[in-house]
Design a protein around this ligand. Structure first.
Ligand SMILES: Cc1ncc(COP(=O)(O)O)c(C=O)c1O
Length: 339
């Protein structure tokens, strides 16, 4: 219970930098990244691009900005973007695609947050001026609102294939792609192979305080830098933040399997206590209760924080500040209250 004395399961975004990460930030060689000469940012961009098997990458302040830049630079006003109807870009990015890029979002259904292939095929309109052409398809791996689910590789590949066959580009919201890697044993580069751009977040399970990267082809880098500038995301001595991300890649990727094992233990405890639980595939578990607000209040009173994600649904996310004893306490708490 290392986070301000609380078991904070609201999100993996609550993670805080450890001493080693702070030291790396303090000692990072710095420049001015807007002028293009921050060596630590350059090192991070090269490393994450390499890990993802892409030509280049751009360091940005947030996952939202990363996704929004990907949409902006790969479409034009009046185009349509197909994505899952629970996708972060659709549900939680404040209408950014309409505001920033003049895009029509076409939500597609499918089990567990995964885009259904037939529905995706059906979303491409005929070549007729009545319709907004679908020029970009976005998938999310892991799929957060789907339950932290890990795409079957064939489905991830097939989505990209369908998009490319239709002449559309592809973006992968990989905010938690390294959780999908940990769960599947399939490398990030392989999972993202058929996607033109990929967004990676360092400030979730990887434990950096700030930052995401948009991995992309070299040909899109200039446009991405300009979009970031317009959005106010050009940062100066951002090597301090990039150093945290580099540290996270070096120290906090392999350990994600520990979070996955702990969330499964929590899920089993909840099942044993009679809850209706969506079995976790990565680092989060969703379970049902009659009155989430009441449960959240009771949990808060004993030092446990969880989030409600629907009228009867609670989400608990496991991360590097949660240990085995915390899981025991959570199981005991949830088993002992009225649900
Ligand atoms: C799947 C997914 N994509 C993108 C984001 C956005 O990241 P940020 O909060 O850094 O803007 C999140 C944040 O939780 C997310 O879960």
């Amino acid at each position: 219970m290392a986070l301000n004395g609380r078991i904070d399961l609201r999100s993996d975004t609550v993670t805080q930098p450890c001493e080693g990460m702070k030291q790396a930030m303090l000692n990072a060689p710095l420049g001015d990244d807007v002028l293009g000469d921050d060596p630590t940012v350059q090192a991070l961009e090269a490393k994450i691009a390499d890990l993802l098997g892409k030509e280049d990458a751009l360091f940005v302040p947030s996952g939202t900005m990363s996704n929004q830049i990907a949409l902006w630079i790969q479409s034009k006003r009046g185009d349509a973007v197909a994505l899952h109807n629970t996708a972060h870009i659709y549900v939680y990015e404040a209408g950014g695609p309409a505001v920033l890029s003049g895009l029509l979002l076409k939500p597609v259904g499918g089990e567990n947050g995964f885009i259904d292939l037939d529905q995706l095929r059906g979303t491409f309109p005929p070549d007729d001026p009545h319709f907004a052409p679908v020029t970009l398809v976005c998938a999310e791996d892991t799929a957060n609102k789907g339950g932290g689910t890990v795409y079957p590789l064939e489905q991830l590949d097939a989505i990209a294939q369908i998009a490319h066959d239709q002449g559309a580009r592809t973006h992968l919201d990989g905010a938690r792609l390294f959780n999908a890697v940990a769960a599947s044993g399939i490398s990030a580069a392989r999972r993202a192979k058929h996607y033109d751009t990929v967004s990676i977040c360092f400030s979730k399970g990887l434990g950096a305080p700030v930052g995401s990267a948009l991995c992309l082809p070299k040909s899109l880098k200039k446009a991405a830098i300009r979009a970031r500038k317009i959005l106010g995301g050009g940062m100066r001595q951002s090597g301090m933040l990039a150093a945290a991300a580099l540290y996270a890649l070096e120290h906090n990727v392999e350990r994600l399997v520990e979070d996955h094992a702990r969330v499964q233990r929590l899920a089993q405890g909840l099942i044993d206590a009679g809850y209706d639980v969506r079995w976790p595939e990565s680092n989060m578990v969703y379970f049902e209760t009659n009155d989430p607000n009441q449960m959240i209040a009771k949990a808060k009173a004993v030092g446990i924080d969880v989030l409600s994600t629907g009228p009867t649904t609670i989400r608990a996310v496991i991360h590097k500040h949660i240990d085995d004893a915390d899981i025991d306490r959570c199981i005991a708490f949830f088993a002992g209250i009225n649900r």
